[in-house]
Design a protein. Structure first.
Length: 338
């Protein structure tokens, strides 16, 4: 069955973005954060395409996410579970070749007796997940030692402070390789790359910093079908709470996408379709939006329209981050890779 809304997902764009991030990463290997269902695009397909491009290091948040992609990973690929290992995860983790990223002393104590390899997250100032530098890591087989940058999308002293702390802490820990940079961190330069980088956002077409403008390609296109074309007479309003009133007679297309699909209410009165030609009128509903199609008499019931979703612009319009816009994309889309 064909849904009345679809994501056009560009495999070539995804691969090109990974290759650019790999080139920017210099001597470091370039991995991929595929948590949250591949940032909403579909983790299994994302992993398959990145494997074909040459990526071998993947990051998910939870063991449920790991279970979804482990079966498609070749023997030479590596999978890390960023949230570490809870008591409830131990059985799955023991049977898996994914490595937990240990974040707490309790997780270290839980994993040490297994004798299996792990990764370790050091907290260098984000104060989210991770062990403090200097905590007891004895008896662990540490594959990748990592930390995470809090503000790499800004030019602030915190970046270099975290870099310095990571460098000095890592010098005292035996690990096969080191990793610090997310998408934005890759753009901060060679000092941040170490042995492995971990981009997410930029793989999927997000622009983490100015350096990526013109290099990172869009991957996600939104399309939705016209359900009805109607006339909006002068003086009539449209949609919930009548926030838009026609100051001249308009022609309107009612289109099958809404906030339940992740096309959030922040696009009300601001979003556009058709490359800016079709302004959104009034509020975004749960399942519908109204577009002004007065200038395009050929658009008819059943036609497919492309909803503008250039991530930096869409973030400004909606008030959400590029990350939220991607990960909110809902289950009702057909996800079509080409
Ligand atoms: C999500 C995540 C990444 C990827 O970050 P982006 O900003 O999307 O590139 C890298 N490392 C960790 C620990 C993460 O949680």
């Amino acid at each position: 069955m064909t849904a009345p809304l679809r994501l056009r997902l560009d495999r070539g764009g995804l691969s090109a973005n990974w290759r650019w991030l790999q080139a920017q990463s210099g001597h470091a290997a370039c991995g991929a954060a595929v948590k949250a269902n591949g940032y909403g695009l579909g983790a299994p397909e994302v992993v398959q395409h990145l494997l074909a491009a040459g990526c071998r290091d993947f990051f998910v948040a939870t063991w449920a996410e790991a279970a979804e992609i482990e079966p498609i990973l070749p023997q030479d690929a590596s999978l890390s579970v960023l949230h570490g290992v809870r008591e409830e995860d131990i059985a799955q983790a023991m049977a898996s070749r994914a490595r937990p990223v240990l974040n707490t002393a309790q997780q270290v104590a839980r994993w040490r007796p297994t004798g299996k390899p792990c990764d370790v997250m050091l907290d260098t100032g984000m104060n989210r997940l991770g062990l403090a530098p200097g905590e007891d890591l004895s008896g662990l087989k540490i594959h990748t030692l990592m930390s995470h940058l809090a503000s790499a999308d800004e030019d602030v002293p915190q970046n270099m402070q975290q870099l310095d702390l990571f460098q000095s802490a890592a010098a005292t820990v035996p690990a096969q390789r080191l990793s610090l940079a997310n998408s934005a961190g890759i753009c901060l330069g060679a000092a941040y790359h170490f042995g492995l980088t971990r981009p997410g956002l930029a793989l999927y077409g997000g622009i983490p910093r100015g350096e990526a403008v013109g290099a990172i390609q869009p991957v996600v296109g939104l399309e939705a079908q016209v359900l009805q074309r109607r006339v909006l007479p002068i003086g009539q309003s449209i949609g919930y709470n009548a926030t838009y009133t026609a100051d001249r007679a308009l022609e309107v297309a009612i289109v099958n996408i809404g906030y339940a699909d992740g096309y959030v209410r922040g696009f009300s009165g601001r979003g556009t379709a058709g490359g800016g030609r079709l302004p959104l009128l009034g509020r975004v509903s749960m399942d519908l939006v109204a577009l002004d199609v007065s200038a395009t008499p050929d658009i008819a019931e059943g036609d497919w329209l492309s909803i503008d979703f250039h991530l930096p612009d869409a973030a400004r319009q909606s008030g959400l981050s590029q990350y939220e816009l991607l990960t909110l994309l809902g289950h009702r889309f057909d996800r079509i890779w080409a």
